[in-house]
Design a protein around this ligand. Structure first.
Ligand code: GDP
Length: 203
């Protein structure tokens, strides 16, 4: 798939009841707060205002749903792992996201974003473990590669590939600023869609 892709906002769900019915195959995007998810979604779609680049990390506790080229749905999951958030908010995140991920018949896979400089956080590993246990295919994308010099880039990429493999996933690196890795990310999304992991769409 080559960019740009036409994205259209369809719904936001802060509670399980508000999650829209499955109509098309779906890909979810997850990651720690501040990992660069909004920037990447904007870059992926070529729409600079599609997802809001956050000034206050972790403010939005909702899943945003977009159609891409009217052929599949992209679910933007709320960021996790931010420090100064009340336990009740963390519990709300967990119940909403786990309910969604464990019972979404159209879900073909999840792209898990990890800050390449920092590598896997506990929360990333927990999420990948949860998804593996539920038989959901995943791709790990290391973000903000433009921030690393060549030595760090090599070292961190190697570490990310190893950690991803250990979690039963594959990995790539990308940058919302330079566009590096964006075609590869689209290719991974295509592969997840072709894999038709989704029970609902299994042929
Ligand atoms: P979110 O909280 O995961 O949605 O992250 P944002 O997209 O709001 O990004 C968090 C911060 O990282 C912002 O200051 C962005 O400008 C910055 N950022 C995001 N992606 C990149 C990237 O690929 N390269 C660089 N250098 N900065 C980035």
């Amino acid at each position: 798939m080559a960019t740009p892709h036409a994205a259209r906002f369809i719904a936001a769900a802060a509670t399980i009841e508000r999650i829209p019915q499955s109509t098309l195959p779906e890909i979810a995007v997850a990651g720690k707060s501040n990992v660069g998810k909004s920037s990447l979604l904007n870059r992926l779609t070529g729409q600079s205002k599609l997802a809001r680049v956050s000034k206050t990390p972790g403010r939005t506790q909702q899943i945003n749903f977009f159609t891409i080229d009217e052929t599949f749905i992209l679910a933007d999951l709320p960021g996790y792992g931010f420090a100064r958030v009340p336990l009740a908010v963390k519990a709300q995140w967990k119940s909403l996201v786990e309910a969604y991920l464990s019972d979404r018949p159209s879900l073909c896979g999840v792209v898990v974003l990890v800050d390449l400089r920092r590598g896997f956080a506990d929360e990333d590993e927990q999420l990948l473990k949860f998804l593996r246990a539920h038989g959901v295919a995943t791709v790990v994308a290391g973000t903000k590669v433009d921030k690393l010099n060549q030595g760090e880039r090599l070292r961190q990429t190697h570490a990310l590939l190893e950690a991803a493999a250990h979690s039963g996933s594959t990995a790539l690196i990308c940058s919302a600023v330079t566009g590096q890795g964006i075609p590869e990310l689209w290719e991974s999304v295509s592969r997840l869609l072709r894999g038709r992991n989704a029970t609902h769409f299994r042929r």
